[in-house]
Design a binder for this molecule. Structure first.
Ligand code: EPZ
Length: 421
């Protein structure tokens, strides 16, 4: 098993280029199932999860060409005829469920292994099912399988009890080919939803309101192939912003969209970091002021992103004063707190609240384990400032979501290497 060896590195300085967003690319690739035409997706990050989505598309009968020189994936969906996604693939990535809506719309049926829970929570798919049922689908859920079928999808009103990102995406995709109009209320507003809607509209869909809590979709008879470039990854952007702050460095983050990371900018400024929106990107400086504690509470967009909670917690272990972190999106997303405490952070977790005592206890390197994608990134960031050497294991989590993480950090002066055990 591979691991990262991270050494105390001093301030990170220089420029880093952000990759395309994994969480935008995944539903966009799934949406190619909706057409027999050819779709070209640009700026796709080369990641394990993307590879799994390509395998799923191939298993359904699509022809998928990956060109990693240009980060372009071409999907020819004309041969799609299979409606099943087996557990072998679903167990590798929960986002496999994204093909359920598109398969229903294209083939009138979908049979997908149950994704099950994961280390950050139970993660049920009841809202996906509720929305698709509203559109007329029959959905039978057993312990290990989701079976969906429909003669004709019919537009309807869908109210989501929680603004789930995945449910909004699945329902929006299915509704593009439904008869009549669909309204999704209390929809998720994340930038990845807007990117998916803009891709679907380029395919000929009629979607309005993406990025607000009410999305209206006028069904059309067919969608056609198109070309689309994926938005920059806002969570990778935020992770490098925190990397600059935690090392008290000075980093220019290129290919970032400041509007997508407003809450991270606000919280970094509250801590005393300096963030400037420059012509070439976002500059984050942690070397100007003494950094101090702040409180964060995760919320659906435009609130503070749950995916940034772990990296930010790593930063809060190094500032003056005690911070409170409240996680409201996932019920079990504090596994990294225990690992950060192995580095000396002494974080106390009570339910959905964590108390982070700050720099009274400087971090000291130790062997730690990635518990999930963002938790793993947090451990790497902590390792950059912990005294001595930190060994981060189970790094396959991190490599699911950060393209060239080691190379990008090394380019800024970080002492990090990837070794095979
Ligand atoms: C997406 O997951 C992202 N994944 C996650 O990123 C991200 O953390 C999450 O949105 C929240 O922003 C992808 O886009 C591939 P949700 P998703 O449905 O769609 C509950 C990362 O690290 N819920 O918005 O699965 C659910 O249990 C990953 O890149 C239901 O109860 O998130 C959770 O508590 C991790 N029923 C909350 O809603 C449902 O049917 C938010 O989940 C669906 C969700």
């Amino acid at each position: 098993m591979a691991k990262y060896i991270v050494e105390q590195s001093g301030p990170l300085v220089g420029e880093v280029e952000i990759s395309g967003a994994k969480n935008a690319a995944l539903p966009i690739l799934a949406a190619t199932v909706l057409t027999e035409g050819i779709c070209e997706i640009n700026d796709v990050p080369r990641l394990r999860d993307i590879d799994v989505m390509c395998r799923i598309l191939r298993s359904l009968g699509a022809k998928v060409d990956e060109d990693w020189e240009t980060h372009t994936i071409k999907v020819d969906g004309s041969g799609i005829s299979v409606s099943e996604v087996p557990y072998d693939l679903v167990k590798l990535m929960r986002a496999s469920i994204f093909v359920m809506g598109p398969l229903l719309a294209r083939l009138g049926k979908a049979s997908i292994a149950q994704p099950g829970g994961c280390s950050i929570g139970d993660r049920p798919i009841d809202l996906h099912a509720k929305g698709l049922r509203n559109l007329g689908a029959k959905i039978l859920m057993s312990d290990d399988l989701v079976n969906a079928s429909v003669d004709t999808l019919k537009g309807a009103l869908v109210y989501l009890d929680f603004p789930s990102v995945g449910a909004t995406e699945n329902i929006m995709m299915a509704a593009t080919l439904a008869e009549g109009s669909t309204t999704i209320e209390n929809a998720a507003e994340e930038p990845e939803i807007v990117d998916l809607a803009s891709f679907l509209n380029k395919m000929g869909a009629r979607i309005k309101g993406a990025g607000t809590d009410t999305i209206r979709i006028e069904g059309v008879k067919a969608l056609h192939g198109t070309r689309h470039a994926v938005i920059p990854d806002r969570i990778e952007t935020g992770t490098f912003m925190v990397a600059a702050a935690i090392t008290r460095g000075n980093v220019l983050i290129k290919n970032s969209v400041p509007d997508h990371v407003r809450p991270v900018i606000a919280k970094l400024i509250e801590c005393g970091a300096v963030v400037n929106d420059e012509l070439e990107g976002l500059r984050v400086r942690g070397d100007v002021n003494r950094l101090v504690a702040t409180d964060i509470k995760t919320l659906p967009y435009p609130g503070f992103p749950t995916d940034m909670q772990a990296p930010f917690m790593a930063l809060l272990t190094t500032v003056s004063g005690t911070s409170t972190v409240i996680e409201t999106v996932f019920e079990n997303r504090f596994m990294h707190a225990g690992e950060l405490s192995r580095l000396g952070a002494n974080i106390r977790v009570n339910g959905r609240t964590a108390m982070v005592p700050g720099d009274k206890r400087p971090l000291v390197g130790a062997p730690v384990m990635s518990t999930d994608l963002r938790g793993g990134a947090a451990l790497v960031l902590a390792g950059l400032v912990a005294k001595g050497k930190t060994e981060v294991s189970e790094i396959y989590h991190i490599e699911r979501g950060y393209e060239h993480f080691v190379e990008k950090l090394s380019g800024l002066g970080a002492k990090i290497t990837r070794v095979e055990d």
